[in-house]
Design a protein. Structure first.
Length: 269
């Protein structure tokens, strides 16, 4: 069951009502429920807490989703999202950094305010990388804090009761072998390194995973990499829908300009 985020258009109110009705009917056919964060979170927090308790009482696992990197996000706001999921005993979570995809409201709002750091290197437009900064954080700080709190609040280390009830065998194997072996591996792999050094090494590993053409470089803060990036992408209304009659021409022009800039030592990561 997908409930969407805490936004007006996502219908979480209706789903929370449905959860109460399913409990009344003693319905046990649901295994997973997704609950995310969003603009209506303050109003729906208490209802979400009650719903999560009811779901776990009925052995239903909860998948949480969050989007961070909004203009007003700072370290406290990012940490609070992870703490909220921990408080609800979320069984799994996914976290994404907001990405300024072409033809989106987010891009239209953030480019004029200077919050988009990487405007046109679409290789990193996947929700993982920080292509934006916030009003109080650089793109590098945003990426670092997301990495830091993802590690700290990972549900791998804190197996929930609902997960144990649904997957007792996997839970036992994780406790007996998975966690101890991973702790040993992490100890030897990270020995003598600072937190920042570990972060940069892991970001470089992520970059190199898809280094099919040999053009990727070790991680450097996007704020530095794309500082002099040419603003080659037009406004959202001017960007063609993929497959449109002007798509090939416009995207090829963007690629040509970007390639020329890279050849001169411009952007690239």
């Amino acid at each position: 069951m997908f409930t969407g985020a805490h936004g007006l258009a996502n219908g979480l109110d209706a789903v929370l009502d449905a959860i109460a009705e399913l409990k009344r009917r003693d319905e046990r056919g649901i295994r997973f429920v997704f609950i995310g964060t969003g603009g209506q979170k303050p109003r729906l927090v208490e209802r979400s807490r009650a719903a999560c308790r009811q779901l776990h009482e009925n052995h239903v696992m909860i998948v949480g989703g969050m989007i961070i990197g909004l203009p007003w996000d700072g370290e406290d706001e990012i940490r609070e999202n992870y703490e909220f999921f921990r408080e609800l005993d979320i069984d799994f979570f996914g976290d994404q950094i907001i990405t300024p995809y072409p033809k989106t409201v987010a891009r239209d709002q953030q480019i004029p305010t200077g919050l988009v750091v990487n405007k046109s290197d679409f290789r990193y437009y996947d929700g993982y990388w920080a292509n934006v900064r916030t009003e109080s954080m650089t793109a590098d700080e945003l990426l670092f804090q997301r990495w830091r709190y993802r590690e700290k609040f990972s549900t791998f280390w804190r197996t929930t009761r609902a997960f144990k009830e649904n997957f007792p065998g996997i839970s036992l194997l994780r406790d007996v072998w998975g966690k101890p072996s991973k702790r040993v591996k992490i100890y030897f792999r990270n020995r003598g390194l600072s937190e920042r050094e570990i972060f940069e090494r892991e970001m470089t590993q992520h970059i190199m995973v898809n280094n099919f053409f040999g053009d990727r470089r070790p991680y450097r803060p996007f704020d530095e990499v794309y500082r002099d990036q040419p603003d080659i992408v037009l406004g959202a209304d001017s960007i063609p829908t993929p497959g449109g009659k002007d798509a090939i021409t416009d995207w090829q022009r963007a690629i040509d300009v970007y390639s020329s800039s890279s050849a001169k030592g411009g952007s690239g990561a």
